[in-house]
Design a binder for this molecule. Structure first.
Ligand code: BV8
Ligand code: ZN
Length: 268
């Protein structure tokens, strides 16, 4: 479990008046999320220690094409375990607050590094998945999309190797529909995300360690363009010294509280 930095209580937090006014006047808000936004749904973050068979690996070791080529059953087993966790999870108050923002501001762009579908299940639409989606697997050889069987198969207990299914067209191994380390981000999503960071008035950075590139660059782009950058994370990150406002608490508590503090978003 990532060390929780003495997360402040929302009651001890303060939003400066000039930030409230800028939020109220915002015409285009970007919300950028990482694994921390799904933490309160019980989904382990990338910084959390792995368990079972995978405890001797870091996520960076397993989330690569090389790892899949070397030991497809180890990697596919890890993704199936994660997919089961996601299927059994529910969106939390942070996902729901982000979905509600779309009705409060004139334009909202939601960009996520997460491969789960909790934003969509909370009601968010047009989510930009920079690192792909775990429920969109495809053939490692010919890239033909693969359909999972319906329903929730029994959960592979943490640490079981699972042979990946085979492609119906070419017999190749099916791989998770995510962007692995060393792989390029999807052009459309990346271009749209950059354009939004370039143009927005407010950039929320929620639940990310801001380590993985090039996604972590977006907050700095927004900052350089003069947007208000608001970070929500119980722990400090490298973005702390750039953000206009750092709210050190869990997103499921902080974001609903923050939204409740801003009367008439998008009007000024
Ligand atoms: C690329 C999908 C180039 C898979 C992910 C050397 C060689 C090659 C590349 C590199 C290199 N060195 C650096 C790089 C670039 C590399 C990279 O960034 N590496 C890192 C390790 C430094 N990036 C890449 O390889 C990218 N591609 O560069 O391509 C290229 C160019 C041309 C041609 C070919 C290639 C691809 C990166 C994408 C990797 N895939 N995910 C999967 O999910 O299995 S990244 C993975 O990390 C997840 O998407 C995750 O979301 C993301 C970032 O992590 P976070 O979301 O921040 O999660 P983390 O656990 O780190 O932090 C959680 C945070 O939440 C914490 O801060 C915690 O405090 C906070 N938190 C906890 N609880 C809460 C909370 N916050 C709020 N509320 C709470 N309750
Ligand atoms: Zn194939």
């Amino acid at each position: 479990m990532s060390r929780l930095y003495l997360a402040e209580k929302v009651t001890e937090m303060h939003i400066p008046e000039e930030i409230i006014m800028k939020l109220q006047a915002a015409q285009h808000v970007v919300v950028f999320t990482g694994a921390g936004v799904s933490a309160e749904s019980g989904i382990p973050t990338f910084r959390d220690d792995l368990t079972g068979l995978w405890e001797n690996f870091s996520a960076e070791d397993l989330a690569t094409p090389r790892a899949f080529k070397q030991d497809p059953a180890l990697v596919w087993g890890w993704y199936e375990w994660r997919r089961m966790k996601i299927l059994q999870a529910q969106p939390n108050l942070a996902h729901l607050a982000i979905a509600s923002l779309a009705n409060l501001v004139p334009k909202l762009t939601l960009i996520t590094q997460n491969v789960d579908d909790l934003h969509e299940r909370a009601g968010s639409r047009d989510v930009l998945h920079l690192h792909g989606r775990i429920n969109k697997p495809f053939c490692f050889t010919c890239r033909r999309p693969h359909e999972y069987p319906l329903g929730i198969p029994d959960e592979p207990e943490s640490g079981r190797r699972l042979d990946p299914p085979r492609c119906k067209r070419c017999g190749g191994k099916i791989r998770p529909g995510v962007v692995w380390f060393g792989e390029s981000l999807p052009d459309t999503e990346w271009d749209t995300a950059n354009d939004a960071a370039f143009r927005c008035d407010v950039f929320f950075c929620i639940g990310t360690s801001s380590i993985v590139q090039p996604a972590a660059r977006l907050a700095y782009l927004a900052f350089q363009r003069g947007a208000i950058v608001i970070q929500i994370n119980p722990n400090p990150t490298s973005l702390d010294n750039r953000a206009s406002l750092n709210l050190h608490g869990p997103a499921g508590e902080v974001l609903p509280w923050l939204i409740s503090k801003i009367p008439a978003w998008g009007e000024s």
